[in-house]
Design a protein around this ligand. Structure first.
Ligand SMILES: *Cc1c(COP(=O)(O)O)cnc(C)c1O
Length: 366
């Protein structure tokens, strides 16, 4: 039996540190923003190599308020991947703007910079790449197009805490980077959490206002802001977990290279990692044309799997009114039908990875 995810195990490993952090917050009497949030912001910014981090309530808000801070509003267009978690698109829609999907590079599953130009119109404001599965997108190529066309870039790093692009950590390659600390992410809270990182002092300040009723001084409101603050309890937990992130990511990388090696001749399509990418393996995604068959056989063998993601955003009822047909984005549709995530995380021991590999190899025909 190998479960797909085991958050209880990760928490158990660091329980004394977590309990100490929670006790500190409970006893402090400071339950909104304050020193815990601020010190986490400083530590996370420094981890990413960014000048500023602003803690927020969740990843969707980090994306949405990030786009608002970049000036996205009704009538604008934002370029998004056709294959991503729907939150990336929802953030655009919640600004009143229109998500304009581009198809991925079929090898990396990430935004294909060569397809960007054709999607840009006079209404385009922002390019929004996603570091899907913890694999960095090709930021230099994307930024080059953005610069040429005078567009902003916001990257969705909800799956990429600690990933490196050409040696530097994700978090400073765009105007703004949006993060989620949803519990199952590589850096996850014990509840919801999110952040943006940036090197731009004005953008950071604008988001600080937006997340807190548009207010810096109590009862003085300079913007029509929102309530989207990172909880101090979660900030304290995240500070503890940040200390372990590199070790956890190294473990994930070790399991990934084991899978790479042991599954190479099985007929599965394995992840492709460009030479400049150091992914953090939020999930390890294989592809197979008869994915459902593979999935149910693995389930019978006690191996937990998930699908990231089974329905492409353009095929969701939420986007019915945009008038796309299932075949409008054939690559996204095809990937949704073929991808399968196998167990990955700090709970996957070498022995467990061995069991996953053995189960896959034992199938008469993969
Ligand atoms: C998790 C995730 C989000 C949303 O984060 P929440 O904290 O759940 O709001 C956005 N984009 C991607 C790619 C994600 O994986």
């Amino acid at each position: 039996m190998v479960s797909f995810l085991d958050l209880k195990e990760q928490t158990r490993e660091i329980l004394p540190e977590i309990e100490e952090a929670v006790r500190r917050v409970v006893r402090s009497g400071w339950y909104i923003l304050g020193p815990e949030v601020q010190s986490f912001e400083e530590e996370f910014a420094s981890y990413c190599g960014a000048s500023y981090a602003v803690g927020m309530a969740n990843g969707l808000d980090a994306l949405t308020l990030g786009l608002m801070a970049l000036g996205v509003s009704a009538g604008d267009e934002v370029i998004v991947p056709s294959n991503t978690y729907i939150a990336t698109w929802l953030a655009v829609s919640h600004c009143g703007a229109r998500p304009v999907p581009v198809e991925p590079d079929p090898q990396t599953h990430n935004m294909d910079p060569d397809r960007l130009r054709a999607a840009i119109t006079s209404r385009t404001k922002v390019i929004l790449p996603v570091h899907l599965y913890g694999q960095p997108a090709d930021m230099d190529a994307i930024r080059a197009v953005a610069q040429e066309m005078n567009l902003k870039v916001l990257d969705d790093a909800a799956q990429a805490h600690g990933a490196r692009y050409k040696g530097r950590r994700i978090g400073t390659d765009a105007d703004l980077t949006a993060w989620s600390f949803y519990p199952s992410k590589n850096l996850g809270a014990l509840g919801d959490g999110g952040a943006v990182t940036t090197n731009d002092a004005q953008l950071a300040q604008r988001i600080r206002l937006l997340r807190n009723y548009g207010s810096e001084v109590k009862y003085v409101n300079s913007l029509r802001g929102y309530n989207s603050r990172l909880d101090p309890l979660q900030a304290a937990v995240l500070k503890v977990k940040l200390r372990h992130l590199d070790r956890w990511n190294t473990h994930r990388a070790k399991i990934a290279s084991y899978y790479d090696r042991e599954l190479a001749d099985t007929g599965l399509i394995l992840p492709h990692v460009p030479a400049w990418a150091e992914p953090v393996w939020h999930v390890y995604v294989v592809r197979h044309p008869r994915r459902e068959e593979l999935r149910s056989k693995l389930e019978k063998a006690g191996i937990g799997t998930l699908i990231h993601y089974p329905i492409a955003p353009h095929e969701q009822d939420a986007y019915k009114d945009h008038g796309w047909s299932p075949d409008s984005f054939p690559l996204a549709k095809r990937l949704a039908g073929e991808v399968l995530s196998i167990p990955m995380g700090t709970h996957v021991t070498e022995e467990a990875a061995g069991a996953v590999v053995a189960a896959i190899r034992s199938l008469a025909e993969v």
